[in-house]
Ligand binder design. Sequence first.
Ligand SMILES: [Zn+2]
Ligand SMILES: [Zn+2]
Length: 366
Amino acid sequence: MTASISLPDAWPPESWIKVLPQGLYVEPGDFFVDPVRPAQRAVITHGHADHARPNNARVLATPDTIAIMRARYGEAAGGSLQPSPYGETVRIGEVDVRFVPAGHVLGSAQAVMEYRGCRIVVSGDYKRRADPTCAPFEPVTCDVFVTEATFGLPVFRHPPDEGEIARLLHSVELFPERSHVVGAYALGKCQRVIALIRKAGYDKPIFLHGAHIPLCNLYRELGVDLGELIPATGLKKDAFVGRIVMAPPSAVADRWARRLPDPVVAMASGWMTVRQRARQRGVELPLVISDHADWDELCATIEEVGAPEVWVTHGREEALVHYATGRGIRARALALVGFDEEGQGELPDLEQPPAAGAAPARGALL
Ligand SMILES: [Zn+2]
Ligand SMILES: [Zn+2]
């Protein structure tokens, strides 16, 4: 912020929004945004397990995020759950809070917080591509923009989704005697891949691993059309010949996939840009489909929101901090712990067992 512009009363922003071990704490509202430990009051940006954890006493989130938390956690979703639709302003203490679409998964939101003339936007996770399963990201001009940086390196440039889906459907056509198993995260990625397949004109039934059924059902209840879906359980091998089967990333290369006829193993993840990762996981058909902004989109978003100050969190912070600083923006890396640097919905680290007493780990499928 230059001296010629009048500073908000609540400046510097660190005077009212603080990094504590539990997460980002908004002092004049006495609440946390996406706390990593149970809090008295939590504002939740979206349903992924590293952002929406169970057992907060009071939760403010969008209606769809609350539905997702209820589906995942049941009673443990929180003491009181207050739904707030996009655009509504809720006063918490002395802070005005409003959710704006983040374009990441169904219900995902940026938390826009205003206090004494200072506006901070915590974007949670976001992407800029059109996604048929959720509302598109809306840039909000602000004084401080808190951005993720999962793919915060110039090497990460996601190709158009349509091309990746076309490669999948081409392979299905090419190998009519084989099945295609597509690894995708249970919340968001699975439904988006199905919706993109439908958009490309494929109208045959798509088969689902058991772990994908509850959230696909919930998405449909919440109004997202996914076409005909069939549970893959209890069917004979023949049923999958020439078909597409959606499964969690952990299932595509293990015993479960052996029930399928000569499966082509595909995986939908932003990390599929890295060929070595695809090879390590035995992925024959890597599909670069991400629910996070790529490098160009991160940079463009920083420009668009016009914030004089940017805070960078989970992921590869340094490059984005460097980029912003070079544009005359004050930038810092936030040392927030407990977030999934690999990007929930991208690729779980199978080798890491969940910590005892922790919320369902990434990869936890209800
Ligand atoms: Zn997420
Ligand atoms: Zn995240």
